[in-house]
Write a protein that binds this ligand. Sequence first.
Ligand code: 2IT
Length: 445
Amino acid sequence: MHDYAARVFEEQQKKAPWEKEFLQSVEEVFASLDDVLNTHPEYEENCILERMITPERIITFQVPWVDDNGKINVNTGYRVQFNGSLGPYKGGLRFHPTVTLSVLKFLGFEQTFKNSLTMLPMGGGKGGSDFNPKGRSVREVTDFCKAFMRELFRHIGPDTDVPAGDLGVGGREIGFLFGEYRRLANRFNGVLTGKTVGWGGSLIRPEATGFGAIYFLQHMLALKNEEIAGKRIAISGFGNVAWGAALKAVQLGAKVVTISGPDGYILDEDGMTPEKVEYMLDLRASGKDIVAPYAEKFAGSKFVAGRKPWEVPVDIAMPCAIQNELNGNDAAALVANNVKYVAEVSNMGSTPEAIACFLEKGVTFAPGKAVNAGGVATSCLEMSQNAGHTSWDAETVDNQLRKIMAGIHTACVENGKTADGLNYVTGANIAGFKRVADAMVAQSV
Ligand code: 2IT
């Protein structure tokens, strides 16, 4: 690591050693910046690294809500407005019991570079709450969303900060949140993305993260003169992102053999079909957070309790669930089974040990901030449609998404060249970082 980066990282470590996830994401980016910092002394002169790891604003608030027994509950709500130098803060809201300030800071930090990679005008932000939607009734979720927006509405706006969904926040929750915003602010505008089509949502937004990931993967394969048809793919998770990735992979003739949940994974040696992919929506709608029923519904598949899908022999692995879901042991198991490509779709889905293992063993690894950027990119397309009081057809949105993913892949290749090949981690970090850093220098303090 460059001296300047090492110094700033060490200071941050001393300041908040408990922010493990945040420090992990900072270390990964800083480790990629040697050349950039050597050739751009103005970054150190402008204190860019210190400013880059300090959120511009953090809003923390109380979210009181009433459960179905009439009991009052309290959760903590957050919005981390990380970096606004490229545009309004943009990034999702996560409702999940693992949410802490460290998790939201890592997500906001990653989001800043991801949004930069899309080349669209978006700053980076992230928010959410430690609220656990699992097993909660629709009324309880509605009440929580309204209480959350009661405070958040004064901090957001189409030119200020535009939240969207993430884990635990889908189209339904965005509807509840938007309704409350509209009532409180007396404005109907593009303040949230991921809205339902018909009242401001964009076609292809639900599919966009998964579709974009597969488009990116196609470019990774093309560089090695390979194609996706016929490849065995392991996917983790069964939410919106896993669904979109499985749908596009199946359409293109790949064999998707796994999905997973907190209860274990499904091994489907016959490969998923469009019908099986759509069943993922039923699984999610059940609110039980389990995948086991898949094996009861589809003969030929089996449920493996309490384990992760990384022990299954595949050509391509695509983590689509949550941070650090793929560790060093998982990576070693994939390598032992001759995995060739890992396209990370979850944010920071792989631990540093896993990434080191892939790079050392010659597995082509691409990081989430590049692979999953199609989601937020399409959110920006939704903002454009809202701002123009119009809506585009699916083909228009999908074509833009394809172009954006191709552009991100090219940026990774151009910035990730190494003596012995290509490093997507370095490429994504450098390309994402430079655009933000240059904007910060240009805008002064
Ligand atoms: O991690 C992400 O990029 C998202 N959850 C989507 C963010 C967005 O604003 O669409």
